[in-house]
Design a protein around this ligand. Structure first.
Ligand SMILES: [Zn+2]
Length: 432
């Protein structure tokens, strides 16, 4: 059988780790083989048991082979404002973001940045990203066109926003509906593309626009929905002024039937007991964005509390409020956020979250996020000796968990030795 065997130390999760050394939560092959053909994973196991007749073998030892990393919340039009000197969320939005995103009405600019965006994802080992485009239809077209060129499983949507933003960034309820509908018709389910209905957040969407988002969600139940929730205290106060009769911020999205198992709620930091229950009951996903939450001083995500409520949790970079494209760096900062809350994120849990955990949050387990037969062949190869200090530290690392933790605390794009998208090597062919 023709195909490719990726040989190396293979790690894939099968369930959420319960504790720091839950060996039942993962499969690990010291000399492992992932057999891929036609963009899919055919078999995973020990190399010496694999049938290698006719297959090309690529040996990645001593590196680790994992499923490609998944980012569940990122804004591609913010690539050129990442790291802008700002205070909190609303200042950051008005001073930088709402100025920058106006450029994406220009299809040439959007295409250039979209191309650079997917370059950065690959460079950092991310094979799927759930992405906010700008308000402009053309920005979403550029995003999906670039993902299609690379055969990447990408989820995205044009933001719907009809108030509290510069005129050049506002649609209308009807325009936002029509453009979203046209984009879904053109892209959703085409190749590996999937659409996310994207009302930016309650501040920038009028009740009429949220009604339109509700109509879209009803018409297209297999699309994702993404928005922002309870990121910052000033934001929450403003939202309450705008929707004085709906009780809580989460209650607004509930009122417009935007909560559910395909809904991703960026940040979800400052939530009442009732709001946490609402997220759990509707199976909505709270998206933890640690580098962004620290950079904008938004607050400390309460992982344990939401987890105890049974809320589904994902992790994400939130570039450009987030400060790094790397999911390794993101979980490094996530670990520190939880330290400040007196909570512990184990190395196994961190790598579960970047892979299978995020895939489950997207209801895409079996397709991405784990190395199982039938899954798409999206993989990342991690090098824990990528820098001199990491190589030196690795001399004293004796466990898999220790190696994972070093990758998380010291790793970045240099630790990504290779990336496979639908079976094709992508990183080593990238321009520098
Ligand atoms: Zn965001």
């Amino acid at each position: 059988m023709t195909g490719t065997i990726l040989r190396g130390r293979v790690l894939t999760f099968v369930d959420e780790p319960q504790g720091a050394d839950d060996q039942a939560s993962y499969r690990y092959y010291e000399d492992g083989a992932v057999f891929i053909a036609d963009g899919k994973i055919v078999a995973v196991g020990d190399y010496h048991k694999a049938n290698i007749a006719g297959a090309t073998v690529i040996d990645h030892h001593p590196n680790l082979i994992l499923p490609g990393l998944i980012d569940t919340h990122v804004h591609y039009p913010q690539m050129q404002v990442i790291g802008s000197y700002a205070g909190a969320l609303l200042e950051w939005l008005t001073t930088y973001t709402f100025v920058e995103e106006q450029k994406f009405g220009d299809g040439v600019h959007a295409a250039r940045i979209a191309s650079r965006f997917f370059d950065e994802l690959i460079r950092h080992g991310t094979t799927t990203a759930v992405t906010y485009c700008s308000v402009h239809k053309v920005s979403a077209e550029a995003f999906f066109a670039e993902a299609e060129k690379r055969n990447m499983l990408a989820i995205g949507g044009k933001v719907m926003m009809d108030r509290n933003a510069p005129e050049a960034l506002r649609d209308t309820p009807q325009q936002g509906y029509d453009d979203t509908k046209a984009l879904i018709a053109e892209w959703h389910g085409r190749g590996r593309a999937r659409y996310a209905i994207t009302p930016r957040f309650a501040i920038t969407s009028s009740p009429e626009q949220l009604e339109m988002a509700e109509a879209l969600a009803r018409e297209y139940p297999d699309c994702h929905i993404q928005t922002h929730l309870s990121e910052n205290l000033a934001e929450i106060e403003f939202v309450k002024e705008l929707y004085p009769n709906l009780g809580t911020y989460t209650g607004i999205y509930e009122r417009y039937h935007l909560l559910g198992p395909r809904t991703l709620l960026g940040h979800s930091i400052h939530l009442s007991h009732h709001e946490a229950e609402l997220l759990a009951d509707t199976r909505s996903v709270a998206v933890f964005c640690p580098t962004s939450n620290l950079f904008l001083g938004s607050g400390l995500f309460d992982y344990e509390r939401l987890h105890k409520h049974g809320v589904r949790i994902a992790v994400a970079t939130d570039v450009g409020g987030g400060t790094n494209y790397s999911m390794l760096k993101t979980l490094d900062e996530g670990f520190k956020v939880l330290q400040l809350r007196g909570q512990r994120l184990t190395p196994l849990n961190a790598f579960y979250l970047m892979t299978l955990g995020n895939a489950r949050a997207l209801s895409l387990e079996g397709t991405i996020g784990s190395l199982v037969p039938g899954a798409d062949a999206d993989l990342v190869v991690l090098d824990a000796r990528a820098t001199p200090q990491m190589a030196l530290r690795m001399e004293t690392v004796s466990t898999l968990a220790g190696e994972l933790f070093l990758l998380q605390t010291s790793g970045d794009d240099r630790s990504i030795a290779e990336v496979y998208v639908a079976g094709r090597a992508m990183k080593t062919t990238l321009p520098n």
